[in-house]
Design a protein around this ligand. Structure first.
Ligand SMILES: O=C(O)C1=C[C@@H](OP(=O)(O)O)[C@@H](O)[C@H](O)C1
Ligand SMILES: C=C(OP(=O)(O)O)C(=O)O
Length: 439
């Protein structure tokens, strides 16, 4: 579906949606712990619904009542408080959610019930190696990767799993979510540097809420590789947690904060200013690009200051690149975003689609290896952007549109449903002029 935007300032206040990253983790922990949990989660999205559907296919019950999700965990094993049993042969549809696939695959292997995982869009092409090989080495049989359905059989043994730190932090998170289900100590040994590191902290924090302790030890291996060893012991299995709230989403708030930097000011309410979400770095990143920042209570406010170019390494917050690139496209001077390599592995090749999307609106933007280089301009002309079935590209184009001189058409704008179905409704509430619907 196409959405057409007539350029107009975006300003005012908007409430943050629920964090998709945190929702995935808390739902999985709640489905694997012994007792029922009530999760307060004010909004949903296709990705969150995919995780819910997978957990239900495994045997959990998840009922929504307004803002509350009531989770009844997977059935327990006879004579054990802690062991959960998944439905044998279940079909887990991960939608287009990389997090769901990379979390549910190791969890299903640890449950040992033998499942089929499927997905859509670019998901089959997004990498699973070397998580895939580690699961096989750990005792599971998996059908060929790169094709759906991906079938699992056998049960994962506890022990040591080795991963690089520079493909996807979701591999580490998935193994940590699976580890408490194993009947022995587990070590996830990850080569430094670990990119997207704050997402691993989100996982250990969700696990802590459900009683699981993850010990982290920094070490150097015999061959001189620096590693972090994440250790999970059966002495801290999943424990019940009566109720928990999904905090506000910094990743999608990043688009509104970027819009604030490009205009007269936007406030996002309902954010934890001390959150473990790495995308909280949006405020520091926008300050580097010259924006004016204010923080108070649970509200972050950004307005235009003295826009300026800068150099920034984005490897810990890859999802912020689309909104940051939109701001840099209008900041005088040359901005260089380094450490973008993992952007190629998202819903689209985001190095290409960020560059193509902003260039289509008149920005001067190119890629150089793993860097994105942007020569800021005073204004953008507008034009037509292909969202490339990538929610963050559609939202990036909409934010940049607020500062174009001509209209902007976003082709395939319905992809925002992956993380933020109400994005264009909120855009209009903030003064944006949008024609077309994505619902
Ligand atoms: O764990 C998570 O919730 C996520 C981790 C990141 O992926 P990578 O670790 O693959 O960079 C991020 O891009 C994704 O949107 C969400
Ligand atoms: C990459 C993303 O999510 P996932 O990896 O879960 O598909 C995203 O939301 O930008």
């Amino acid at each position: 579906m196409d959405v057409t935007i007539t350029p107009h300032a975006i300003e005012g206040s908007v409430e943050a949606i629920a964090s998709k990253s945190m929702a995935h983790r808390l739902l999985i922990c709640a489905a694997l712990c012994p007792g029922p949990t009530t999760i307060r989660c004010t909004t949903s999205s296709k990705d969150i619904e995919a995780t819910i559907a997978c957990l239900e296919a495994l045997g959990a019950k998840i009922e929504r009542n307004g803002d509350l999700l009531h989770v009844t965990p997977l059935p327990g094993a006879p004579a054990s408080d802690n062991i959960r049993v998944g439905s044998t042969g279940a079909l887990l549809d991960c939608g287009e959610s990389g997090s769901t696939l990379r979390f549910m695959l190791p969890v299903a292997c640890a449950l040992g019930c033998g499942v089929s995982l499927t997905g859509h869009g670019r998901l089959a092409q997004r990498p699973l190696s070397p998580l895939y090989e580690e699961l096989i080495a750990g005792g599971c049989d998996l059908t060929e990767q790169g094709e759906f359905p991906l079938q699992t059989s056998g049960r994962l043994r506890p022990g040591r799993f080795e991963l690089p730190g520079n493909v996807s932090s979701q591999y580490i998170s998935g193994l940590l979510l699976a580890a408490p289900l194993l009947d022995g100590p587990t070590e996830v040994c990850v080569a430094e540097p670990i990119e997207s590191r704050p997402y691993v902290n989100l996982t250990t924090s969700a696990l802590k809420t459900f009683g699981v302790h993850v010990e982290e030890v920094r070490d150097v291996t015999d061959n001189g590789t620096r590693v972090t060893r994440f250790l999970v012991s059966p002495a801290t299995p999943y424990r019940s947690c009566d109720s928990v709230t999904v905090e506000g989403d910094w990743s999608n708030a990043g688009f509104w904060l970027a819009a604030g930097a490009l205009g007269r000011g936007v406030s996002v309410t309902g954010l934890d200013l001390a959150s473990r979400q790495g995308d909280r770095s949006m405020l520091a990143a926008l300050a580097k690009l010259g924006a004016r920042i204010e923080r108070s209570g649970g509200t972050a406010s950004v307005s235009s200051g003295a826009p300026t170019a800068c150099e920034m390494n984005v490897s810990d917050f890859p999802d912020l690149v689309p909104p940051l690139a939109a701001v840099a496209a209008l900041a005088p001077g040359t901005t260089r975003l380094t450490g973008c390599g993992r952007l190629r592995l998202k819903e689209s090749d985001r190095i290409e689609t960020v560059c193509a999307g902003l260039a289509a609106l008149g920005a001067d933007i190119t890629s150089e290896g793993d860097d994105i280089v942007i020569n800021g301009r005073g204004s953008l002309a507008g034009g037509e952007v292909d969202a490339a079935n990538d929610h963050r590209i559609a939202m990036m184009a909409a934010i940049a549109a607020s500062r174009c001189t001509g209209g902007v058409t976003i082709h395939g704008a319905e992809c925002v449903q992956k993380s933020y179905p109400a994005f264009f409704d909120d855009y209009a509430k903030l003064g944006g002029i949008v024609e077309g619907t994505v619902r």
